[in-house]
Design a protein around this ligand. Sequence first.
Ligand code: ZN
Length: 482
Amino acid sequence: MYLYNSATHKKEEFQTHTPGHVEMYTCGPTVYHFAHIGNLRSYIMEDVLEKFLRYSGYDVNRVMNITDVGHLSSDADTGEDKMLKGARREHKTVMEIAKFYTDAFFADCEKLNIRKPDTVQPATGCIGEYIEIIQGLLDKGYAYVAGGNVYFDTSKLQRYYIFNDHDEEDLAVGVREGVEEDTNKRNKNDFVLWFTKSKFEDQALKWDSPWGVGYPGWHIECSGISLKYNGDYLDLHCGGVDNAFPHHTNEIAQSESFIGHPWCKQWFHVHHLNTNSGKMSKSKGEFLTVSLLEEKGYDPLSYRFFCLQSHYRKSLVFSWENLDNAQGAYQKLIKRVAALDPGDGTVDQAVLGEYREKFTQQVGNDLNTSMGVTLLYDALKAPASGATKLAILESFDQVLSLSLLEKAAAVREEQAKVKAAQAQAGYTVTGEGDPEIDALVKARGEAKKAKNFAEADRIRDELKAKGIEITDVPGGAVWKRV
Ligand SMILES: [Zn+2]
């Protein structure tokens, strides 16, 4: 597989430290609020990446943190603690908030067919690991204590700006955010490893440490959790593109300074979901959640389908119109799959193998998911038996996870039920009876579709006069003589 690596700014052949095995880490959510669908775009694409690696024969160990402490409202060390903000907003404790939104996050993931990582670790569960790393960094001279906090000293690094070529002035966090600078810092981009002196008097979660009672900074949790569960050699680190700086930059600084050798080979960043007014974010008031999509009548998998149709390294523009189009296409796709007959022929293993090969090559070109979707349509048109086509679709769906076969089976079952009920009640399925009546029933259906209800009613009356009763069923109408 070829994958763009944000650390080298190049598309590279994917390689792992241990052949055939991938150690993968994903930055998880800060559980102070619902995830918005922009956040979830990253998790969808990371899920596809993980499943594609498994599909290609790798054994994958995937780890994710849950941020339940230490993340301030700026990604640097300024602003309010996000968890405290959530707790205050809802008059609950921080741990109640963490539990509620962690559950909500995984419920959303389930609706979007996102597999739960092998290890999910809340940040508050690894305090001992962070203390060990921070002590190691102090011992090696990469960290210092000032004003009661422990800071990482970025001037000790030969290369700090891993992901971008901007100069220091552009990226200096204090300047960029337009916020008060922490005067304890020796260098502008130094960051907090451990807080003891916090401006938040009501910080609920505190632990004892060699530097006093306090809590960890945000960045250290990912280094601590990954080193614990992935080991010292990480193959693939994922996150949203806004995590690249300063969060991932700081993770690299900490991890490599602590372990003393290069840490992660491959960095995968998913770009933003934008609305017409800019990047989707929680700070802009109302934001879009999976529940909101459902309330509006959308299948969450339509959103997954929408995301798969564009490349993860391009910003994606969300609008209701775009989602309508995706939902329409997704439903049509399911109908086409439902129209395939599982009893038609046997699976042609050679054709299946050919399609698998194409899929592996095309999607393996920097996770080109839209090509994966195109191949779904190609498979539907293939000169092959129903059984073979369904086997191809099932194979692709191991990666795309659109529940195509399950949904198609449900449609077939529904259609069979409708047919059985109609037969029992003496109804005739339109198209299977008197051509003259069928034509009128069809014309009424078209009038209804065009919202010409007067014409639809007129045809119904005409049929009634002929002694025909019609009834609407999913996908059309059926009729009988009364
Ligand atoms: Zn992280």
